[in-house]
Design a protein around this ligand. Structure first.
Ligand SMILES: [Zn+2]
Length: 227
């Protein structure tokens, strides 16, 4: 019955692929299967992997995983732009949902974390965008794993400007000291920090640094893509 209703709704309000704009089939969610086939997977289901090596010497990370390679001008970039800048937060939810199912099937240690913590946006930025894309990614994971999401303990205290034009060492300085813990709830927990794209790892490293100051806390990382 629910399926018939969804199909009827689609007939009158068809959804389109956030990457190519083509009308989606009823079994496709946010991104059509053809666009999805152009996304290039990492081999981060291995341990250790390339994403983990990014954090060596920056923060002690248990496991790190990025699902796709982020390539400029490619389909993945258009999907991430839709997620971050074009008001399509469900794109993050659906991609994370796929990743979560696969990681669960592979018995990845990422599925056993205690809590999901999306990298916070500054409140002003969140108001402007209307949502935090990392929270939608967390919801996609939580829908499969049933893990709680914490959006209140880790907070961003400064609205640093976009980092895309900065060199790696400048990004490191630009994100230093912009996060803090607002409450002690994450002490002793295994936290999965969540972001959309990993570039230099500076933002996630600074978040991890703050979390690791808590007694007994461990940190792992999940991102949809890495540069
Ligand atoms: Zn498409």
């Amino acid at each position: 019955m629910k399926r018939i209703w969804t199909d009827l709704l689609r007939l009158f309000f068809p959804k389109s692929c956030c990457v190519c704009g083509r009308r989606l089939a009823s079994e496709e969610k946010e991104i059509c299967l053809e666009c999805l086939s152009y996304f290039i997977r990492t081999d981060d289901d291995r341990h250790p992997n390339e994403t983990e090596t990014l954090f060596i010497g920056k923060a002690y990370i248990e496991n790190a995983y990025a699902m796709y390679h982020y390539d400029k001008g490619e389909h993945i970039q258009r999907a991430i732009h839709a997620l971050k800048y074009h008001g399509c937060p469900r794109t993050g939810y659906e991609l994370a949902h796929i990743a979560a199912s696969e990681l669960a099937q592979a018995h990845s240690p990422l599925c056993d974390v205690d809590v999901l913590v999306p990298v916070p946006l500054h409140p002003a930025k969140k108001r402007q965008r209307g949502y935090n894309q990392a929270e939608w990614i967390a919801r996609g994971l939580a829908a499969v794993w049933g893990t709680p999401i914490d959006t209140r303990s880790l907070v961003r205290t400064r609205n640093n400007s976009t980092q895309t034009h900065l060199a790696p060492n400048e990004r490191w300085e630009n994100t230093r000291g912009i996060f803090r813990l607002a409450r002690p709830d994450l002490a002793g927990k295994h936290v999965l920090l969540i972001d959309d794209v990993i570039t230099t790892g500076a933002t996630l490293s600074h978040c991890a640094e703050i979390l690791l100051q808590e007694e007994g806390t461990r940190v792992s990382i999940f991102a949809l893509a890495r540069v």
